[in-house]
Design a protein around this ligand. Structure first.
Ligand code: GDP
Length: 425
């Protein structure tokens, strides 16, 4: 295993990144979340139980691992604290020895969540399917330099003044644009005080910490949220998230812009899923979809919403591999396909009467139709397979077919949700 590694999603998110990070953290000293906020969930199953992590890095379960929330994340103090309490209640220790928060992380404030809900309500049936965690309003404000930094929590007087200026400005939008109630300064300050005091021991200059850790020869694991197709710049705009989910952003969002990432593990599901609105070319419907959804337990970790499902989409996956600059792949949930006599595969798109291998411009996606083929299934339980040879030939052929089509080595195949249920090749 090389020195610094990023684990990223190749598709629409929910590929099973959490379990791969949980597995691979063993080999790393520091695990860093570099973008996004509490709007997605990583599911991890280990000796402590089952967890849906939203903001906490998935290395939090490994004793001796330092977990970092970098400057690129949307830092919702309240949600983070509640998540820490939940995880602690299941027996996991979280102290400043295991978790640090960048003093340069911007704060997601209660009005960001409020605005997210107000805007989705205004859009009605044109809504983007936001998880209403305030992520889009938060990142808009961050880039306008109109929110607070975690490091500002240490100077109460200056914080009060800055918060008052922001509140005056934000209330113009809340009352003027949406006709909502204005925010009250005392409420905002109370919120900052309540959660700020709890989290202050974790906040520090993480750039300095990472610089020193690198000098000491420590290994870093960068953990992304969502997937390449949700990336703000390269995804299916506007149905993307509001931050960069690609590995190239990891140095910027982690706090160590000089870091060179040696290895990018892209996580791909053995079939496709997509939460929320937006084009999903290979989508399946009806009974066939319901069967796959049930077999894969495809319901959102954050929202419980049924995920849209489809066969593996080789066009989108190849594009995701390229955008992530993946050096190796983890193919997850292969076991979920075990019931199928024949497995559908989306091999190309048809756009305006022409077949294409290229992932099109976002607005052309609605005009694309999937070009399908089927490959033989294996119809036996593979969840106990731990070596490549344990897999039936049809399952090995499926893995090799995906590998050849997307042009990247599949280094891991997972066959169950448990930590050990995987094959390394
Ligand atoms: P993430 O956000 O990319 O970490 O993905 P999610 O947590 O949303 O989705 C992954 C889900 O699939 C979780 O419920 C995992 O426990 C489960 N899972 C991961 N790998 C496998 C696998 O190989 N087989 C099965 N059956 N479930 C898996």
């Amino acid at each position: 295993m090389k020195k610094h590694c990023a684990i990223v999603g190749i598709n629409w998110g929910d590929e099973g990144k959490g379990r791969m990070v949980d597995l691979l953290t063993e080999q790393y000293d520091v695990v860093i979340r570099y973008q996004g906020g509490g709007n997605a969930g990583h599911t991890v199953i280990n000796e402590y139980g089952k967890f849906a992590l939203h903001l906490l890095p998935s290395g939090i379960f490994r004793p001796g691992v330092m977990n970092i929330l970098g400057n690129g994340v949307a830092l919702d103090l309240e949600n983070l604290w509640n998540e820490m309490e939940q995880v602690r209640a299941q027996g996991v220790k979280i102290t400043p020895d295991s978790l640090r928060i960048s003093d340069r992380a911007s704060l997601l404030l209660p009005w960001h969540r409020q605005l997210d809900g107000l805007e989705e309500a205004r859009l009605k049936d044109r809504a983007y399917g936001s998880t209403k965690q305030g992520i889009a309003p938060f990142y808009s404000d961050k880039y306008q330099k109109k929110t607070l930094l975690a490091g500002e929590l240490f100077d109460r007087e200056a914080l009060r003044k800055h918060a008052a200026r922001l509140l005056e400005w934000k209330n113009l939008t809340l009352t003027g644009v949406y006709g909502a109630e204005p925010c009250r300064l005392e409420e905002l300050l109370d919120w900052l005080e309540t959660y700020g005091e709890k989290l202050k021991p974790f906040i520090c200059n993480t750039t300095k910490l990472l610089t020193e850790a690198e000098k000491e020869g420590k290994n870093f694991l960068f953990e992304a949220q969502l997937g390449a197709l949700r990336d703000l710049d390269y995804g299916i705009i506007p149905y993307t998230t509001s931050s960069n989910a690609i590995a190239a952003y990891a140095p910027v969002g982690s706090g160590l812009p000089s870091v060179k990432i040696d290895q990018v593990i892209g996580v791909v599901k053995a079939y496709s899923t997509c939460v929320g609105e937006g084009p999903f070319v290979c989508e399946m419907f009806g009974e066939e979809a319901e069967r796959l959804r049930k077999a894969g337990a495809e319901y959102g970790a954050k929202t419980g919403r049924p995920r849209r499902v489809g066969p593996i989409d080789l066009v989108a996956t190849r594009y995701g591999v390229q955008m992530q600059a993946a050096t190796g792949l983890a193919l997850t949930k292969l076991d979920v396909l075990s019931d199928l006599a024949e497995i559908p595969v989306c091999v190309r798109y048809e756009l305006d009467g022409q077949e294409t291998d290229d992932f099109p411009f976002p607005t052309a996606l609605d005009r694309c139709k999937p070009v399908m083929t089927t490959v033989p299934g294996w119809q036996e339980d593979i969840s106990g397979a731990r070596r490549w040879e344990d897999l039936p030939k049809a399952a090995r052929d499926y893995v090799e077919m995906v590998e050849a089509a997307v042009g990247c080595h599949i280094a891991y195949v997972s066959v169950g949700p448990e930590r050990e249920a995987y094959i390394s090749r």
